[in-house]
Design a protein around this ligand. Structure first.
Ligand SMILES: [Zn+2]
Length: 241
């Protein structure tokens, strides 16, 4: 078994503090964050509250409180805490998405308005459409907190390339290459939710963007029909020869 890395514990604790700064958590242990060290096969996740560590907000968490588990979700020697109850969802996403190394699960107000109604958030601007992974921020089917079913529902909502999805009646998930990447996506989810509500409040209908709003008609068709590959991270296309 590899050694626990202090730099990754610091990174996950820092993500918890940033979640407070960015209003992605509503206090106590709502929402969570994790990072997958794929080389070592270990996941660094925010802890669940305990008698030793009652969590009033994620600001209470120090790097040494970050929980470390192996690929089976078993807490490794040297970890002083047990992971968040939502660990099964995080593990399901890491298993399904080799491009994902970090997950931010938020309980933020604006996206929860949509999650509460089990409605997807339309991405109506170029920045939210491209960041979310070239589609709406889909709301996954309902799953009970901490269940394996919730994990598989979120894997389905994220699909192969999406970076953001809603958890029905609960919150949102943002995935990324690293924690900063996932945190940024988590803020874009909130922006998309606010913009959709503002468009509706000013008498409009938030229109879902498509490839045809980003690329010329021929390129958009080529992407849809598989003649070119769309790199979603860089928003660039590669023509197949
Ligand atoms: Zn939650």
């Amino acid at each position: 078994m590899s050694e626990i890395r202090q730099d990754l514990r610091v990174a996950v604790a820092n993500a918890a503090w940033r979640m407070c700064d960015l209003n992605l958590t509503t206090g106590l242990d709502s929402g969570d964050a994790s990072f997958f060290d794929r080389a070592a096969g270990m996941v660094y996740a925010l802890p669940g509250p305990s008698d030793r560590l009652p969590i009033r907000t994620w600001r209470d968490v120090r790097p040494e409180d970050v929980s470390v588990v192996d690929l089976a979700g078993i807490t490794v020697e040297g970890s002083m805490t047990e992971p968040t109850v939502e660990l099964p969802m995080h593990m399901s996403i890491y298993r399904a998405r080799p491009d994902v190394n970090a997950i931010i699960h938020s309980h933020a107000e604006d996206s929860q308005v949509f999650a509460a109604q089990e409605k997807s958030i339309p991405t109506a601007t170029i920045d939210s459409y491209t960041r979310a992974g070239f589609g709406p921020i889909a709301c996954g089917k309902f799953g009970v907190v901490a269940s394996e079913e919730l994990g598989s529902n979120m894997v389905a909502a994220l699909g192969d390339v999406r970076r953001a999805a809603l958890m029905a009646r609960h919150g949102a998930v943002a995935v990324g290459e690293d924690l900063e990447d996932a945190l940024f996506t988590a803020t874009v989810i909130e922006k998309a939710a606010r913009q959709a509500m503002k468009i509706i409040s000013t008498g409009g209908v938030p229109e879902q963007l498509t490839l045809f709003h980003i690329f010329d008609e021929q390129t958009a068709k080529d992407i849809e029909e598989g003649r070119v590959v769309l790199h979603t991270q860089t928003v660039s296309v590669q023509r197949l020869t």
